[in-house]
Design a protein around this ligand. Structure first.
Ligand code: AKG
Length: 368
């Protein structure tokens, strides 16, 4: 059966025995293992930041509490007009609905090579595969696209990202108020437009594999289809879409910087047989040379530069198939390598149990 992008044809070996109607897929269809509970993600009304001091402080407290307890929250009255969100989705559909040969052409929308990504050429098993396609765009390149909606969206959410980051930093007593302005200019961040095409073997693969984000924080807008799941108290929960809300999640850099006060939690997207899904993520990142240093002592994580971190993620994914991320204990890495040599799959991150939806998942090859 043809799919667009051509996952089944291109990754034939990977999908052998798992093709639509194949025994495994049929069996998995019968069980309801992939149904997980919905969570009540904290919902924060940012318009309260414009009220008196007491209200403002209450709102900030909700943001910092959610970042510590969940690592994830939703915001409404966030300053990104509804119409802009709608136009963004429309633009995204227009881009993704171009034929595959066009999207994979060099220079498509004037974007640099490697902006368009789909599947995972390094995958050695289905659990390392993401049934999705994406445009991963450095903000420096966004103006080349000649798509004003996408550019306006990126500029608008970058303002929101900076103010949330400043609230989170202030709460830690961070005195260098100019840190984010200095190190995270809009041009150091990334926009990632995602499409999750209908997947005929949805019980066998992820839409996007479990991962944490390698940034300070991420702002996500998802359509109404659903499929995003996150880890809370060692269990997976799904997030109910809210058309008015943006989803905010803490990334690895804030976890390290805050010495573990704010949590960068794993999330994934389940694949679906019915219909396509769209989302857009803004990754708030610093410049490569920015040094990430824990604000308090003793530090759980050693000081590192963003460049070093990105390179380490790349090296880990290349050598183990996993993004090891922050918990860099040698025994974790050895365990992964050993399991790999034995052809086993293990779930490497420190807090999470294997997702209930898919057993023994793997980590994320995406670069975020
Ligand atoms: O599509 C989603 O809901 C999540 C996307 C995501 O996690 C990512 O782009 O890193």
């Amino acid at each position: 059966m043809a799919s667009d992008p051509p996952y089944l044809d291109t990754y034939k070996t990977l999908f052998q025995g798992n093709t639509p109607g194949g025994s495994k897929a049929a069996k998995a269809k019968d069980n309801k293992l992939f149904m997980v509970e919905e969570c009540d993600l904290p919902l924060i009304d940012l318009s309260r930041l414009n009220l008196d001091r007491a209200e403002r402080d209450k709102c900030k407290r909700k943001i910092t509490d959610a970042s510590s307890n969940w690592g994830f929250f939703q915001v409404i009255n966030h300053g990104v007009p509804r119409q802009l969100l709608k136009s963004m989705q429309y633009e995204q559909m227009k881009v993704f609905h171009q034929p595959f040969y066009k999207k994979s052409e060099e220079n498509f929308l004037n974007l640099p090579a490697n902006s368009y990504r789909w599947g995972n050429p390094a995958a050695t098993c289905l659990r390392q595969f993401s049934w999705s396609e994406a445009f991963h765009i450095p903000l420096t390149d966004i103006s080349r696209m000649d798509e004003s909606t996408i550019e306006v969206f990126a500029t608008t959410v970058s303002v929101l990202a900076q103010s949330l980051a400043e609230i989170l930093a202030q709460n830690l007593g961070e005195v260098d108020a100019g840190f984010f302005q200095e190190n995270c200019s809009p041009s150091t961040s990334y926009l990632r437009m995602n499409r999750y095409p209908p997947c005929p073997i949805s019980s066998e693969v992820f839409g996007m594999m479990p991962h944490t984000d390698s940034d300070f924080l991420t702002i996500l807008y998802q359509d109404q289809v659903g499929g995003l799941q996150l880890v809370k108290d060692d269990r997976w929960f799904s997030v109910k879409p809210n058309p008015d809300a943006l989803i905010i999640n803490i990334g690895d850099l804030f976890q390290a910087w805050s010495n573990g006060v704010y949590k960068s939690v794993e999330h994934q997207v389940v694949a679906s047989e019915e219909g396509e899904r769209f989302s857009v993520a803004y990754f708030y990142c610093p410049s490569y040379n920015t040094v990430i240093q824990s604000y308090s002592k003793p530090a759980v994580y050693r000081t590192f530069s963003f460049k070093e971190y990105r390179q380490q993620v790349k090296t880990d994914v290349g050598s183990t198939g996993y993004k090891v991320g922050l918990p860099r204990k040698t025994n974790i890495i050895r365990k992964i390598q050993l399991a790999q040599r034995k052809g086993q799959l293990i779930y490497p991150l420190k807090t999470a149990q294997p997702p209930q939806t898919k057993q023994n998942s793997t980590n994320n090859p995406t670069p975020n």
